[in-house]
Design a protein around this ligand. Structure first.
Ligand code: ATP
Length: 591
């Protein structure tokens, strides 16, 4: 019964992650375990399932049988990988059962050799930062870097003001990125064969131990961009380079090695008990929950090697400051900081992630990280070269700088999926829902997310089913079970229109979503970008319609400028969407 040991590999304490694990899936896990290991283990499986069921915030699975897909499942985007993994699991027996498990990747045995990391097999790996390998090597890029001193020795600091424009680096397969073979094979088996652009750039950079900000448009695959290098460097896949980079044994074998912080509502669930019994390698949590557990001494993160701040611009908001401060102080040791002889700490690697990176994030990365790099789809830039007057994307215009409306801002290019189409139309408050209905019919949209600001009004919209089609509400007032069941219905097509609020603006990944409607205006262009980014994910087509009142048109125009996109006026007549070409032309000529 080796494979029934429920040793923890990963704890999810994050609502957004939990949302992605529907109850039916948990039931399947339970059934799967029972049928696989027999009645004698039912108690064990029930225990596991019930901890899963606890608000989905749980999940401690499973030392031997589940770990990597669990780890992948710790975050929103890995849910598809996770679902298919379950199928594989029931087909073959571990340890050679084909699914990605600790034992299958050599947790207790030999570790698969990574393709990169300076080993002989690294010849396949492309250089990281464009141009020729030789020139990069001479600059110290492309080599593993173990510590801040080494980073400096390699000349990164010396290149302070120099912007490195990477040649387009679009790997055609994951094997070009320096990941362990077993992970690549598993990814390919699950249908992930070509890395996205940001993954192509971020994975090798993180594998080389740089502190980074990953900035790329919504739906471009940022989650795997940081998860893959972490997964390949912890537990069974930890290789010599990682070990030396972390200064040897990272403060306790199989202790917490990565903390992923994401800004969503805290879970009400209790995970202390689980943490006591188990020793997770990856912890995903909200700032409040992680800080609370850390302060109570229930989450020991001094030996942690990775600190990921997902949706970092949100995490920097005032609400989170106190908790974030604690996390930054207690998760590993800041690279280059003087080690405190009283506390054995591991040097940590800081990874910040968002589609929207205002300059405050750059500032924060500079003070919390060590020579951080900005990683975007096709380039890697030392952060020192980014100035407030040259925002890297959607940052609000800095004080004293006047945006030039004749020039397209970088915002659209870097924060919003390029294929998105943006429209607005004017309607009175009481006609907004009807306008949305017309739009859905005109575009024949199948999977629609409608954003509102006020929960009560949101409920009214759904209650009246005024849009004449199956709608459901999703907001923080609902219990977590209700939320997950709504999401499940939305994902499987039972619900066509999901009426929601800011809760869903970040992170919600429903690939098929083809229309986003702003029934209420977002508070600013950053919020617009995250809402809009729920559609057009990973290169798919998507449309965003903002329905505003006459008095609000100027706000749409302002956001249009800030975002650097065309938001064309449209109307709905006789079942068709009419776009004001004149305005569109005007708008385009402005860009
Ligand atoms: N290489 C890949 N091949 C195929 N699908 C991928 C790949 N990488 C990621 N995906 C899928 O693309 C979707 C979007 O990924 P993800 O949620 O990480 O985007 P994101 O950039 O973090 O978006 P957001 O900024 O909105 O959070 C997910 O469903 C994910 O599983």
């Amino acid at each position: 019964m080796l494979h029934c040991r429920f040793s923890a590999y990963c704890v999810v304490a994050d609502e957004s992650a939990g949302r992605q694990v529907p109850i039916a899936f948990l039931e399947r896990v339970k059934d799967d375990l029972v049928s696989k290991y027999g009645a004698s283990d039912k108690a064990g499986t029930n225990a596991a399932a019930s901890s899963l069921n606890k608000e989905f915030g749980f999940l401690l699975l499973v030392g031997e049988s589940f770990p990597i897909r669990r780890a992948l499942a710790t975050h929103k985007n890995a849910s598809s990988l996770l679902h298919t993994s379950i199928h594989c699991m029931s087909q073959v027996e571990p340890p050679n059962h084909g699914s990605l498990t600790l034992s299958s990747v050599g947790f207790q045995g030999e570790v698969d050799k990574p393709i990169n990391k300076g080993g002989k097999s690294s010849s396949k790996v492309k250089p990281l930062l464009g141009s020729s390998p030789g020139s990069l090597k001479s600059k110290g890029i492309g080599k593993p870097i173990a510590s801040s001193e080494k980073k400096k020795a390699f000349g990164i600091v010396e290149r302070k003001k120099q912007q490195i424009e990477a040649a387009p680096f679009a790997a055609k397969s994951f094997s070009e990125l320096g990941l362990p073979l077993v992970l690549i094979e598993r990814l390919e088996k699950e249908g992930f064969s070509v890395p996205t652009e940001v993954q192509s750039t971020a994975v090798p950079t993180i594998l080389q131990n740089h502190d980074v900000i990953i900035q790329s448009y919504t739906g471009s695959g940022k989650t795997l961009a940081y998860l893959l290098p972490i997964l390949s460097s912890i537990g069974p896949l930890m290789n010599k380079v990682s070990k030396s980079a972390s200064g040897g044994d990272s403060g306790g074998k199989m202790g917490i090695e990565a903390v992923v912080v994401a800004p969503s509502r805290e879970l009400g669930m209790q995970i202390e008990e689980a943490l006591k019994k188990n020793k997770p390698a990856i912890v995903v949590g909200t700032p409040g929950r992680i800080a609370e557990l850390s302060a109570a001494g229930k989450l020991r993160t001094h030996g942690c090697r990775y600190l990921v701040l997902d949706e970092v611009d949100e995490l920097l908001s005032f609400n989170f400051w106190e908790d974030m401060h604690r996390i930054l102080e207690h998760v590993g040791r800041r690279s280059g900081a003087d080690p405190d002889p009283n506390v054995k700490r591991t040097e940590r690697q800081l990874i910040m992630v968002s589609a929207t990176v205002p300059f405050s994030v750059v500032r924060a990365a500079r003070s919390w990280g060590c020579d951080p790099l900005l990683v975007q789809a096709k380039k890697v830039i030392p952060l020192d070269t980014v100035s407030p007057s040259a925002p890297i994307n959607l940052s609000r215009p800095s004080v004293g700088s006047t945006p030039d409306p004749t020039k397209p801002s970088q915002a659209s290019v870097e924060s919003l999926p390029p294929a998105l189409k943006h429209y607005y139309c004017v309607a009175r408050l009481q006609h907004k829902v009807d306008t949305m209905r017309k739009c859905i019919h005109a575009l024949d949209a199948k999977v629609v997310i409608a954003f509102m600001n006020n929960t009560k009004q949101l409920k009214d919209v759904v209650f009246k089913e005024a849009c004449g089609m199956k709608a459901a509400e999703l907001h923080g007032d609902l219990g977590k079970l209700a939320r997950s069941s709504t999401l499940k219905k939305f994902k499987n097509g039972e619900v066509r229109v999901l009426v929601t609020n800011e809760l869903s603006a970040r992170g919600l990944d429903v690939a098929e979503c083809d229309l986003v409607v702003n029934l209420d205006l977002p508070t600013d262009s950053t919020h617009y970008a995250h809402r809009a980014g729920r559609t057009g994910r990973l290169g798919r087509d998507g449309t965003v319609l903002t329905i505003c009142e006459e008095s609000e048109v100027f706000i749409v125009k302002k956001m249009e400028k800030q975002l650097g996109v065309t938001v064309a006026f449209c109307d709905f007549v006789e079942g068709k969407m009419l776009v004001n070409q004149e305005e569109k032309a005007l708008s385009t000529s402005r860009k």
